[in-house]
Each structure stands twice: as structure tokens, then as C-alpha cells.
Design a protein around this ligand. Structure first.
Ligand code: C2E
Ligand code: CA
Ligand code: CA
Length: 715
């Protein structure tokens, strides 16, 4: 296709788009975006847009010129500015049945398949409008075909209905005449015979009821009467017509009165095969009510089913459970392995959850990695918790996606009708709140809604408001948690952990405000403060002659991708005179997966400075370990969840694997969240290098830490 040149201004484009009826459902800003995002194509006269059989992955809007739609050497129709074409293959997902070429120099806007999905598939009204335009267009085209093809032209000579001139023959292929009392066919045109497979003689031996057995003779009789008595000029209905070979097709029929002789009435039957329209209606219903990726019901259908479920439940004194499901760390997978892998994962997850449900339950995809499970007609809500557990068990086993084995968990929030709300909106909101609570609890778990959660949501707003003032008012404080060398029992270093002592909210833990600080990007200044404070404090302890002062600082994704990170860190090191070999930065796996090439270059720069790098929460984020080989990493920090329960075989196995992997890559391992002697023993046996956790010490204030260091305690 010829390359695109910009010949029409953005504003002009938008004005043309506005005149297209199927786009009238879109907001002006959406049209603007569509105009900007779509490719503009300029075509010379007689150039091809696409040919017959083309797989078709775009639709086109004519901005200028004229496009001819053709089949073989037959011209079907032509498209002028303000019309669209080529969308059929997108709706029906089959190759194009017609070709398109420019009659004169023309300019088109190309809407790609992804754009089509994005703009139209989410807008049932727009799709409906497309469908209507299409069905009108296909009627025109089919009659166009009739008059231009020779066999039809010949047949017209014998066409018994030819004498009847009516605007209707533009739209209806089949024309028949029946006797109003017996419904016996008197005449049939050539196309009626072609479509049904009967000869004219055979048809004349039949009645309309025999051809369309779904028709109620009484109703048909009433319709004929109302025509004969001139109560109505015309009646129309849809029915199914049987062919001679036993197959059938849906048809739209119109009845009209003819009076060849005075006092002699006959009824004219116009018939149009509406198979394609029906199919399109189905496709559109599918698009409007089902998610195209997973085939699951979407938000629209869920709302319908919820309304029915709630009405039934209140009638029968039953309950309805709503489970709000959100996959853990899905974004990491999507960002690192690509959307295709993400899509496959969503499909597999949907299948797994579906298997756990009963027939009367609904699982719907709300978009992204969010699902809702609707459980109607409950008498006992205990069942819900059991089901949530079953879903978690179904989702957790590893999934094979391409060459990767992925582990994914999900967090589930549950609300119950009528206990937690009477309306759909409230119930959804409350299950969402409960889901967030489940995430906070440590993911891969479920949580029932409690009214306190609404309070928590308000709390979040308060956090955000006060967080902005906290830096200026110096409300942050650093705590230090020792890291212990497992073979010597000596303190090997410490991790700096931030605390917020807010006059309004009391002592706030980082899990409650770090995510908000990240969203608002306050984390940049906050992280700077942490770094300066940690380096300054550690330098002071070193100067006081205290041993083994290595300090590690947590870096969030937002900080890591900030362009000034490296220069800022070296400035801080200079200013505080803290030597880089004593500083360690803890980053999570997800930081690495955001943009691997960028991550590698930043890590190399940090490593060149002499700073140590540690991968925090290792084992929770990502499955592929390949990328570790190429990175300058010093420590793998085994996540608490694996340490917590070594009695679980998988946890023990993962820990063992992480230690072995780290050794093979020349990295050290540290286990966090060590709370019992048993865990310590297990880790020592695995030759894990260091450990951190309540068994040794909770995070300590500056003064407490100083005391501990001075005591020279061996753990
Ligand atoms: P993290 O980096 O995984 O930190 C370890 C968390 O585990 C700390 O929670 C620590 O107090 C806790 N912990 C230590 N030993 C044990 C134990 O034996 N059992 C249990 N149950 N927990 C233990 P904390 O201080 O609440 O910090 C939570 C998270 O907040 C940290 O997780 C880190 O991701 C983030 N965070 C803390 N300080 C900072 C900071 O200065 N900057 C950034 N970006 N994030 C921070
Ligand atoms: Ca950490
Ligand atoms: Ca951690």
C-alpha cells in the first residue's frame, strides 16, 4: 500500500469523523484520539486498498475521494467521504469477500484491528449501528448483483411479479404471491425458487405455512385480513423458511395487498434471507456481553446476572456471594514477558477457575487481571470461604506459558448480599475493598468484607493528605534491623526501615504509606531522605569505632527508574563521606522486569561505583531466573513467605533452589523473616549466608541499635 502522507489536518479529520453516524456514540475527545492514532493513507487513482480473500485486519474511513467495492469484475458499490468499509472481516473474522480500490485519488483513515477492538467492541451501541449500516448495505449490494448478473436478467423476463413496481424490490430478493384464505402460493419469482430449492411448479403446490411451519395460521389469517380490509398498508414479521433439502434460514417477510382484479385479493410476500444479519447480531451480542480474550461474561452480562440473582435471593430469602479476584503480580509478567504471555495466562486462569465453579455460578472478567465470581442462591455462607480456598488452590500450581513456568497467585475479596449491601454497586465496592485487604494481608489469600474496611478506605485518604506535609515536618524516622551471619552469629550489617510518626495518625507502618508515596511520587523525596539519613548515621557509627557497619536501603521502582538516580546516589555518598562498599541497595524483582535493558545499565553504573545490590523478596515475583546471570548482583534475599513455613515442601524446595542458584552465580543469600530456631537450623544446613528476623531482633530505633552494636552480641 502506498505510504501515508499527511494531507488533511487533524481538525478536518475530526469534523469528518463527526459526520459518520456509527461514531456518533463516541465522545469528542475519543474521536480526536482516534483521528490522531489512526494511520492516514493516500491512494492514487486505481490503487488497491485490499483484494478479495485478504485476511483483513483493518477498517477504513473515507476522508477524500471515492473507493469502489467489487467482486471479480462486478462493481458492488462505492464509498464516498464520510463512509466506512472493510469492517466485516473484523466482526466476522473471516477473509474479505470483496475487494476495494480507489476510483480517484483518495485519502483514507485506517483503523487497525486493535483500535477497532478498543473503540467499538467496548461500545455495544456503536457496534449495533455498524451492524445496521452493514445489513442495509448488504441488501443494496445483493440486489445490485441481481440486476447485473446475466442469468438473473434472463429470468426477469419470466418473473411473474415483475409487473409489480415497488420500492421494496430494492431490498427483498424473493417475491411470492399467496391466496389470502388457503395461503396457497400463486406465483414465485426466480430468486424465491433459487433460495428455497423448489421449482416454480413445486412451490405452487405448497402453502406459506408449509414453507414456514413456525407461522401460526390464525395470526397469518389475521394479518391478511387487516390488509384486505385496508386497516394496515403492510405487515412485517420474522420467521424461518424451510428449503427443499431440509435445511432452513431465518427470513424477514413483508406482506402487501394486491388486487389484480376488483374484488379479487391476493397477498404479496416479500422475503429476505437474514442469516447474515442474525449471525452478526450474535457476534455483536457476544462482543457486547462477553470478553473477547477469555470468552467469559463481561461487566455488562455480570450486571444483568447480578440483578437477577439479587432479585431471586430476596424473594427466596437466600444470600448471594460476590468474589472479587485480582491476580498477584500480573503486571510484572505482562510487562516483562509481553502481552501475549499475559493473555495466555489470563485464559488459563479463567479455565482453571471455571472448573471449580458450579453451573449456576458466573465468572466474569472485569478487565485487566480482575475477575468476579457470582454465587447465587446461597443458604450457608460457609460455602463461600471453601470455594475461595478452592479457587486459590486451582490458580496456584505453575502454569506453562511458552518456555516459562509461571507461578501466579490471586487475592480474593468477598461480599455477601444482603449482609454487606443491598445494591450491586455497594456489593462490588465492598468486595473490592476486601480484596485490597487480602492483598495487604500478604496476597494469595481471601478476605471477607467487614464494615471496618470502609473506615480503612477513608484512612487512606487521610494518609495521602498528611503524607505531603510529613517530609517538611520531619515526621519520618529510620529503624534498623540487624542481619546476622549464620556461621559466626555476628552482626553482618543492617537494613534501614522507614517509620512515620504522624501526629494525626500515630505510628504508621511503611506498607500503609509506601504504596501511596509511590503513586504520588512523593517517594522520590522520601527515598532521598532515607538514603542521606542512613549514610550519615552509618558513617557516625563507623567513626565511633563500631564494627561491621554495612547498611542496606530499600529502593522502590519509582526511584529506580528516576533518571537522576545514579548521580544522586554518588552525590549523597560524597556529601556524607560514606564509602560505597558499605552501602547496599535492596530492589525487588519487579524493578528489574520493568525495562530490562535500562535496569542492566543502571545496575552496572551502581556496581561500578562500588555499591552492593540485593534482590529483595526473591521468589515472589518472577519465574525465569535466566536474567540473573547477566546482572551485577551481590545478594539474593529469600522472601519471608518461603521462610515462614518450611514444613511446606514447595517452600523448602524453593529456598534450597534459591541458595543453590545463588551459589552457582557467585551471589550470597540472606533469608528474611526468620522467627524460630528451627528455621535458623534449616537455613544453616542449606548454607544460607545470612539471616534477618525477629528471632535475632525486631527493627530497632537509632539508640537501640547503637546499644546493640556496642554490646558486641553474638547471636
Ligand atoms: P521489606 O524490605 O521486605 O522489609 C522487611 C519487612 O519485614 C520489614 O517490615 C520488617 O520489619 C519485617 N520483618 C523483619 N523481620 C521479621 C520477622 O521475623 N517476622 C515478620 N513477620 N516480619 C519481619 P516493615 O519495616 O514494615 O517494612 C515493610 C516494607 O516496606 C519493606 O519490606 C519495604 O518493602 C518497605 N520499606 C520499608 N522502608 C522503606 C524505605 O525506606 N524505602 C522504601 N522504598 N521501602 C521501604
Ligand atoms: Ca528490604
Ligand atoms: Ca523483603
Amino acid at each position: 500500500m502506498p505510504s501515508s502522507t499527511s494531507s488533511i489536518s487533524s481538525d478536518q479529520k475530526k469534523e469528518i469523523l463527526k459526520t459518520i453516524d456509527v461514531l456518533s456514540f463516541f465522545h469528542e475527545s475519543t474521536l480526536e484520539r482516534l483521528a490522531q492514532e489512526s494511520k492516514e493513507i493516500s491512494l492514487k487513482s486505481e490503487t488497491l486498498v485490499f483484494s478479495e480473500g485478504d485476511p483483513g485486519s483493518a477498517m477504513y474511513i473515507v476522508l477524500k475521494g471515492e473507493i469502489l467495492i467489487y467482486q471479480g469484475d462486478k462493481a458492488l458499490t462505492s464509498m464516498l467521504p464520510g463512509t466506512f468499509f472493510g469492517e466485516m472481516s473484523l466482526i466476522e473474522s473471516r477473509p474479505r469477500t470483496a475487494g476495494a480500490r480507489a476510483l480517484v485519488p483518495s485519502v483514507l483513515l485506517e483503523i487497525s484491528e486493535t483500535q477497532f477492538q478498543e473503540y467499538f467492541a467496548t461500545q455495544p451501541q456503536a457496534l449495533m449501528a455498524i451492524m445496521k449500516t452493514l445489513s442495509a448495505r448488504s441488501r443494496k449490494i445483493s440486489t445490485g448483483l441481481v440486476s447485473s448478473s446475466t442469468s438473473d436478467r434472463d429470468s426477469k423476463k419470466e418473473d411473474p411479479t415483475q409487473s409489480i413496481a415497488s420500492p421494496l424490490d430494492e431490498y427483498y430478493r424473493e417475491v411470492l404471491v399467496i391466496q389470502p384464505k388457503t395461503f396457497q402460493f400463486i406465483k414465485a419469482n426466480f430468486l424465491a425458487c433459487v433460495d428455497t430449492g423448489f421449482t416454480p411448479e413445486e412451490i405452487k403446490k405448497k402453502t406459506f405455512i408449509e414453507l414456514a411451519p413456525n407461522l401460526d395460521p390464525k395470526k397469518l389469517s389475521q394479518m391478511c385480513e387487516s390488509l384486505i380490509n385496508k386497516i394496515r398498508p403492510m405487515v412485517s414479521f420474522e420467521t424461518t423458511i424451510n428449503r427443499k433439502d431440509g435445511s432452513s434460514y431465518p427470513a424477514e417477510c413483508k406482506l402487501q395487498l394486491v388486487e389484480p382484479k376488483k374484488s379479487h385479493s391476493e397477498i404479496l410476500v416479500w422475503v429476505q434471507d437474514i442469516t447474515e444479519r442474525k449471525q452478526m447480531e450474535n457476534t455483536i451480542r457476544q462482543m457486547a456481553y462477553y470478553d473477547s480474550l477469555t470468552g467469559l461474561p463481561n461487566r455488562n452480562l455480570l450486571n444483568d446476572r447480578l440483578a437477577v440473582a439479587l432479585a431471586n435471593a430476596s424473594r427466596n430469602n437466600q444470600k448471594v456471594a460476590i468474589l472479587f479476584l485480582d491476580l498477584d503480580h500480573f503486571k510484572t509478567i505482562n510487562d516483562s514477558l509481553g502481552h501475549e504471555a499475559g493473555d495466555q495466562l489470563l485464559q488459563q486462569v479463567s479455565l482453571r477457575i471455571k472448573k471449580v465453579l458450579r453451573k449456576q455460578d458466573t465468572i466474569a472478567r472485569m478487565g485487566g487481571d480482575e475477575f468476579i465470581v457470582l454465587i447465587p442462591g446461597l443458604t450457608d455462607t460457609d460455602h463461600t470461604a471453601r470455594l475461595a480456598e478452592k479457587i486459590l488452590d486451582a490458580v496456584t500450581p505453575p502454569m506453562k506459558i511458552g518456555d516459562n513456568e509461571l507461578y501466579i497467585g490471586c487475592s480474593i475479596g468477598i461480599s455477601i448480599f444482603p449482609d454487606d449491601g443491598m445494591e450491586i454497586k455497594t456489593l462490588l465496592k465492598n468486595s473490592d475493598l476486601a480484596m485490597y485487604r487480602a492483598k495487604e494481608k500478604g496476597r494469595n489469600t481471601f478476605q471477607l468484607y467487614t464494615p471496618a474496611m470502609n473506615f480503612k478506605a477513608m484512612e487512606r485518604l487521610a494518609v495521602e493528605k498528611n503524607l505531603r506535609k510529613a517530609l517538611d515536618r520531619e515526621e519520618f524516622e529510620l529503624y534498623y534491623q540487624p542481619k546476622v551471619n549464620l556461621s559466626t552469629g555476628k552482626i553482618a550489617g543492617m537494613e534501614a526501615l522507614i517509620r512515620w510518626d504522624s501526629p494525626e495518625l500515630g505510628l504508621v507502618m511503611p506498607d500503609q504509606f509506601i504504596p501511596i508515596a509511590e503513586e504520588t511520587r512523593l517517594i522520590i523525596q522520601m527515598g532521598h531522605w532515607v538514603l542521606v539519613t542512613a549514610c550519615r548515621q552509618a558513617k557516625m557509627w563507623q567513626e565511633a569505632g563500631l564494627p561491621e557497619i554495612h547498611i542496606s536501603v530499600n529502593l522502590s521502582v519509582v526511584q529506580f527508574t528516576h533518571p537522576n538516580l545514579v548521580s544522586e546516589i554518588s552525590k549523597v555518598l560524597k556529601k556524607t563521606k560514606f564509602l560505597p562498599q558499605y552501602l547496599e541497595l535492596e530492589i525487588t524483582e519487579s524493578v528489574l522486569m520493568q525495562d530490562t535493558t535500562l535496569a542492566v545499565s543502571i545496575l552496572n553504573k551502581l556496581s561500578e561505583l562500588g555499591i552492593k545490590i540485593s534482590i529483595d523478596d526473591f521468589g515472589t515475583g518472577f519465574s525465569s531466573l535466566n536474567y540473573l546471570k547477566n546482572l551485577p548482583l551481590d545478594y539474593l534475599k529469600i522472601d519471608q513467605t518461603f521462610v515462614k513455613d518450611f514444613s511446606l515442601q514447595t517452600n523448602a524446595a524453593i529456598t534450597k533452589a534459591v541458595v543453590t542458584l545463588a551459589q552457582s552465580l557467585n551471589m550470597k543469600t540472606i533469608a528474611e523473616g526468620v522467627e524460630t530456631e528451627e528455621q535458623r537450623k534449616f537455613l544453616t544446613e542449606l548454607s544460607c549466608d545470612e539471616a534477618q528476623g525477629y528471632l535475632f531482633s525486631k527493627p530497632l530505633s537509632k539508640d537501640e541499635m547503637e546499644e546493640l552494636l556496642k554490646s558486641g552480641k553474638i547471636f
